[in-house]
Structures are given as structure tokens and as C-alpha cells.
Design a protein around this ligand. Structure first.
Ligand code: NOJ
Length: 552
């Protein structure tokens, strides 16, 4: 038995960089990001100063939902590379001191997964069908079994043709029609996912981000929604939803935690769970459950001091009650980029796919950038861990004018072109100004899978590196300080008195954070040294939409 280890677990207070493989770097020149590209840019991630990377799905997939429709959980899609390259990537990341998290998608498989093909070829009532949620339709079979709607738009049920050619049962897909939901009451499903976790853990992977962790268990009777929203909800609808956040879903994660803890250096999980309240989120990170869960309530909070403070407090109180710390996040591949969000009027909370721009709202990118800089310093000074989505450190904005025929997100088609979807947050990164695709791929490579805005030439990594006023250097400085300052990361915080529209708090070891969200210019305490500020300011007065870290 290993000797007791009293070092704090690495993931407490860790900053984790989200790599969206198809848009990070294209090593092979086909216009799509890949493992060769990621491997060539690992030193960049290391230099940024993060502790780990999380990779969005890289598994074989028909790509109906950009890889969240997995046909084989144990290898790599040829679009991205090979299993051998994945193993090399893991080893190289480790050699640079970066841990590696993968994405696991347990709510649904691809319709091309061997299990689903077997289910389609089998009879109603067969064991193969039991692994998914097949049901007879209503009214003689012609209507879906209930009124559930897909998160992406349209009905959540599709009728199949039986092997004899007749129209038959319906299967549930909370997302795209090519993403059939698994039946988590079926023991095979449990066994298979434990085996998949072990497959990757045994290859050195340090943890997993769990896709829609709150959807695995459905109400046994599959009752109608009867007017309730089928889309993920925050701050409402806490009670007994037929598929979101059911009390029993945690059984899955108790089982997975035992798997993670069985390794000499325990593995970790982070839950993607859009839930109505911080208390509900805390249930995912109770002892013997998951290690962490994204705080999306905070992500959806408007740029208002009172609401930010309320969200922070509620998260801290709810999580402290279960002995956990928050995991902060400002953006990811599903939400409008933070610069654009914060450049919009900020009247009320908005969430995930609800953050859809209807064409009438015009973001103020300069204002959004100032706020995003302050928001980064606020997030990186809060207790707990944080995630940074690729391009956030470059201040990239949401690309709102992608041509219609470039859109790939299934939301665009499934919503009958009513919602443009999430492609605007997934546009390939600019690395070098003045090169084709801004260095995303080789100079003679195919154009990137989504077009990049001309203005991103000035956002390129090579342009920002070394420019003290750039977003990249702000992130690098903040992460450098955070790595060495014993007051930042995991640990307590105390609010300090502050004027209207301003947040001020203290961490341990003499560090004070002041965020002027929307107040009048605020005087900073005189005996404190400015360690880092999000925008230039005259000696003592911090303007609105900016933040500073101070030290005695
Ligand atoms: C959440 C993922 O982040 C998103 O990109 C995906 O479309 C859905 N889950 C379905 O897997």
C-alpha cells in the first residue's frame, strides 16, 4: 500500500486549458486541427502557465455534433490522428508538467456505434435495444412516446424502420438524431464505461470532463414535460425534472470515483452539469462523488457587481457545505465568447444555448475586451480552480458573421435556421499574422474549416507575445503570479468593504483584489503594491471595467 500522501491534490486550485482539437492547430494541412498540431503547440500551453489541458472529444465519430457523437470510445478519429499519436501527446504533455484530461460522453453514443447498429438490427424488447431508450409510439405508434424536445430543436424522438421494413419503435435522443441516449439502468452500460475509463487511465490520462453529467438518469415513466423547458435551465425549475439532474444520477459517479481512486495517483473528474442552483451543483462534488464541476451560474452572471458577488457567495457557501471548492469558467466551445458577451447590454442572466444573438444586438468589442480582462483577473483570484478556453487568452471574440453555408453546428439545421449555433466560438486560432490561415495550418495547407475574420491578424499569438498590453501577456502574467503566490488558488477569501459597483476581497498572504465592475473610479489602498492590473490607470484610481491585484 502506498504511504499516506499529504500533498494537496493537484487539481485543487488548478488552471486547466481547454483545447478544442479541430480548431487549435492543423499539423497535416487539411484545414482541420489535429494531434500533430496540438503536439507542436504544447510548449505554448506550457508557457501560458496552466497546470493541465482538457481535450474535447477526439474519438472516431461521424461528426454530427463535432465529435460528441462517438462511434468508438477506445481510439482516435483519423481526422485527428492515431492512437499512437495520442499516447505520444500524453507523454509529451506530462514531460512538460501538464496533466491531460479527456472528454467522456456517457449520455449518448453515435448512431454509428456498434451497439446502436446492433439495436436497430434486433427486435423490439431485445437486449440490444435495452441499452438505449426505445419505446412504442402513441396513437397506434405514429406519435412519439412523449412530448420531449431535443436541446438542439425539434422532437427528442425518432422512429425507426424495423428489420422487416415496417415503421416501428421510437428512440430517444436529447441532442441530435445521430446521438441516441443510452439506458443507464442497463448493467452493460455501466460496465462498458468503467472499462473505457480504465482504458484511458491505463494510458496515463489524468482525468475526464463528463459531458452532460446531469442527464444520464431519466424518470422511469418518461412523463411529458407538459410545458416545462427541455433546454438546460439555471436558476429555475429545480424540482423533479424528468431528465435533468435527477437525484439518482449520482450513483453513476460514486461508481466512477471508486475507479479513479483505485490508481496510485488518483484520477479526477469535472462535471458538465447545467443545474438550477448552486446547492444542486454541490451534490455532484460531495465526498465520494466527483472532484469538481463547472460553475455555469457564474458564467451566466451579468457584469454587475451585486450579481457577481451573489453568485460567488452562493457557490462558496454551497460547496463549502460539502467540503469542495468552486471551478470557475468564463467560456467554452458551447457559449458565446466572453469578449462578445461582456460587450453586450447586461440586463439579466443568460445561459448556454440561450446566449443566441438575434442579429439586433451589437456587441461593443472594445468594452467587452476591457471587461474580459477584468473578468480574467477576478476569476483567477477567486478560491478554487479555473478553466481557460483556447483563444480566451487571446481576447478572441465570437465570429457573428460566418456565412450560412459554413455553419456546421447541428443546431442550425435542427432549429430550421432559427438559431445559428455555436460555430462562432469555434473558429480556428490565429498563430502568426501575415500567413495563410494565420498559421493555423501550414502555408500550403487547405483553408481552415471555418473562415477566420481578417481582423484576427492582429490577435495572432506571435503579435501578442511580448506586448505588455496584450490579453496574452495579461493571462501569462496572472498565471505566473498565481503559480507562485501562496494566497491565490485554493483557500479562503474575505470580502472587504467597497463602494457601489466595486468588488474587493482579500486572500491569504497579503493579497487584495479590487474589481471596479461599474462604479466610479476607485482609490486603491496606499500601502499596497499593484502586482497586476487589467488596464492602465493613473497612480491610484482604478476606472470602471477594470481590476487589480495588490500586495502588501
Ligand atoms: C455538451 C457539449 O459541450 C456540447 O458541445 C454537446 O453538443 C452536448 N453536450 C451534447 O453532447
Amino acid at each position: 500500500m502506498a504511504p499516506p500522501d499529504d500533498r494537496p491534490a493537484w487539481w485543487r486550485g488548478a488552471v486547466i486549458y481547454q483545447v478544442y482539437p479541430r480548431s487549435f492547430a492543423d499539423g497535416t494541412g487539411d484545414g482541420v486541427g489535429d494531434l500533430a498540431g496540438i503536439r507542436s503547440r504544447l510548449p505554448y500551453i506550457r508557457e501560458l502557465g496552466v497546470d493541465a489541458i482538457w481535450l474535447n472529444p477526439w474519438y472516431p465519430s461521424p461528426m454530427a455534433d463535432a465529435g460528441y457523437d462517438i462511434a468508438d470510445y477506445r481510439t482516435i478519429d483519423p481526422l485527428f490522428g492515431t492512437l499512437a499519436e495520442a499516447e505520444a501527446l500524453i507523454a509529451e504533455a506530462h514531460a512538460l508538467g501538464l496533466r491531460v484530461l479527456l472528454d467522456i460522453v456517457p449520455n449518448h453514443t453515435s448512431s454509428e456505434h456498434p451497439w446502436f447498429k446492433e439495436a436497430l438490427a434486433a427486435r423490439p424488447g431485445s437486449h440490444a435495444r435495452e441499452r438505449y431508450l426505445f419505446r412504442p409510439g402513441q396513437n397506434g405508434g405514429v406519435e412519439p412516446p412523449n412530448d420531449w424536445e431535443s436541446v438542439f430543436g425539434g422532437p427528442a424522438w425518432t422512429r425507426v424502420r424495423e428489420p422487416d421494413g415496417s415503421l416501428g419503435e421510437w428512440y430517444l435522443h436529447l441532442f441530435d438524431v445521430a446521438q441516441p441516449d443510452l439506458n443507464w439502468q442497463e448493467p452493460d452500460v455501466h460496465e462498458e464505461f468503467v472499462a473505457v475509463l480504465r482504458f484511458w487511465f491505463d494510458r496515463g490520462v489524468d482525468g475526464f470532463r463528463i459531458d452532460v453529467a446531469n442527464a444520464l438518469h431519466k424518470h422511469g415513466d418518461l412523463p411529458d414535460l407538459a410545458g416545462r423547458s427541455g433546454r438546460p435551465v439555471i436558476r429555475e425549475g429545480a424540482d423533479d425534472h424528468p431528465f435533468w439532474d435527477r437525484d439518482t444520477v449520482h450513483e453513476v459517479y460514486r461508481e466512477w470515483r471508486r475507479v479513479a481512486d483505485s490508481y496510485p495517483e488518483p484520477k479526477m473528474f469535472v462535471a458538465e452539469a447545467w443545474v438550477p442552483t448552486p446547492d444542486r451543483l454541490a451534490r455532484y462534488v460531495r465526498p465520494e462523488h466527483l472532484h469538481s464541476a463547472f460553475n455555469f451560474d457564474y458564467l451566466g452572471t451579468p457584469w454587475r457587481a451585486d450579481l457577481l458577488r451573489e453568485s460567488i457567495d452562493e457557490a462558496l457557501v454551497a460547496l463549502e457545505a460539502v467540503g469542495a471548492e468552486p471551478t470557475w469558467v468564463l467560456s467554452n466551445h458551447d457559449v458565446v465568447r466572453v469578449v462578445t458577451r461582456l460587450g453586450l447590454p447586461q440586463p439579466h442572466r443568460r445561459s448556454w444555448l440561450d446566449v443566441e444573438l438575434d442579429g439586433t444586438e451589437r456587441p461593443d468589442v472594445d468594452l467587452g475586451t476591457r471587461r474580459a480582462r477584468a473578468a480574467a483577473l477576478l476569476m483567477l483570484a477567486l478560491p478554487g480552480g479555473a478553466y481557460v478556453y483556447q483563444g480566451e487568452e487571446l481576447g478572441l471574440w465570437e465570429v457573428l458573421d460566418l456565412p450560412d453555408d459554413a455553419l456546421r453546428d447541428p443546431i442550425w439545421e435542427r432549429s430550421g435556421h432559427a438559431r445559428r449555433g455555436r460555430d462562432g466560438a469555434r473558429v480556428p486560432l490565429p498563430w502568426t499574422a501575415g500567413c495563410p490561415s494565420y498559421g493555423f495550418g501550414p502555408a500550403d495547407g487547405a483553408p481552415p474549416w471555418l473562415p477566420q475574420p481578417a481582423a484576427w491578424s492582429r490577435m495572432a499569438v506571435e503579435r501578442q507575445a511580448g506586448d505588455a498590453g496584450s490579453m496574452l501577456e495579461l493571462y501569462r502574467s496572472a498565471l505566473r503570479i498565481r503559480r507562485v503566490h501562496p494566497g491565490l488558488g485554493s483557500g479562503p477569501m474575505r470580502w472587504l468593504e467597497s463602494s457601489m459597483g466595486v468588488l474587493a476581497f482579500e486572500r491569504d498572504n497579503g493579497i487584495v483584489v479590487v474589481v471596479n465592475v461599474e462604479g466610479a473610479p476607485v482609490a486603491l489602498p496606499k500601502h499596497r503594491r499593484v502586482l497586476l492590473a487589467s488596464s492602465p490607470f493613473d497612480a491610484s484610481r482604478l476606472p470602471p471595467n477594470s481590476a487589480a491585484w495588490l500586495e502588501v
